[in-house]
Design a protein around this ligand. Structure first.
Ligand SMILES: *Cc1c(COP(=O)(O)O)cnc(C)c1O
Length: 228
């Protein structure tokens, strides 16, 4: 199916999931994940009204981002190596994959040198799967407290990847855990964090994520087709 049709189908599914739990679809940002997707195809998504995109590799993103307009916002959703931070800061307006104090410190150092501020999300490993990146849930509130102390970082939200399973209750638990952490961080009176986004939900589980409070779904395959 063409990209535009896939996008309108996803928007319908987002709206339906919202209705089920009494939410409004305007609460949800659709982030199109473009890894392995070419610039002409990304342009189709832009034409269909998407303006937030995500990539998981700095190098792959670099070529695409410069070829597309500046009205588009790019989020880094994959692991960030410290030697790529400088490049990442020139390309992305949000880094969703901050999972250690050390990485936050390094981003702060580069952002300060570049005289810029950057929005960061804390990535949390809510599934406990060893293959997944992200900080342990119980350590996330402390990292949030530290992140807001960095003058060039803005804590914008929390991000997680749901468990890789067909058992929906296990996936749901991951998303509930992220929401609880968001609530815990809010309650702890960390300054400037009342608007924390919950970035959770991908092609196979975004409806569950929306039911559990997601404000940002990251969709690749359902928009662009299966990746090779
Ligand atoms: C690839 C990727 C997505 C999108 O996954 P789909 O299953 O294609 O929707 C979302 N988030 C992250 C971090 C990814 O790496």
């Amino acid at each position: 199916m063409p990209v535009a049709q896939n996008i309108s189908h996803i928007r319908e599914r987002i709206a339906t999931a919202c209705t089920r739990v009494g939410r409004r679809s305007e609460e949800i940002t659709l982030v199109a994940i473009t890894k392995t997707v070419s610039v002409p195809v990304i342009r189709e998504a832009v034409k269909a009204g998407i303006h937030t995109f995500g990539e998981n590799r700095v190098q792959e993103a670099a070529a695409k981002i410069t070829g597309l307009g500046s009205e588009i916002t790019w989020h880094l959703v994959g692991h960030l190596q410290t030697n790529k931070i400088k490049k990442a800061l020139s390309l992305f307006s949000v880094i969703q994959s901050v999972d250690s104090l050390r990485l936050a410190q390094e981003i702060q150092r580069h952002a300060e040198a570049a005289k810029q501020t950057v929005r960061v999300f804390i990535e949390v490993n809510t599934s406990g799967e060893s293959t997944k990146l992200g900080i342990e849930p119980k350590l996330a509130p402390e990292l949030a407290k530290r992140v807001v102390e960095f003058p060039n970082l803005r804590l914008g939200g929390l991000m997680t990847i749901g468990a890789l399973t067909t058992q929906t209750e296990i996936i749901r638990n991951c998303f509930q855990r992220l929401r609880e952490l968001r609530d815990e961080i809010r309650k702890s009176n960390v300054p400037r964090v009342d608007l924390l986004e919950l970035s959770m939900g991908m092609t196979d589980d975004f409806e569950i994520a929306i039911e559990e409070g997601s404000t940002m779904v990251r969709i690749g395959r359902a928009i662009f087709g299966e990746r090779n």
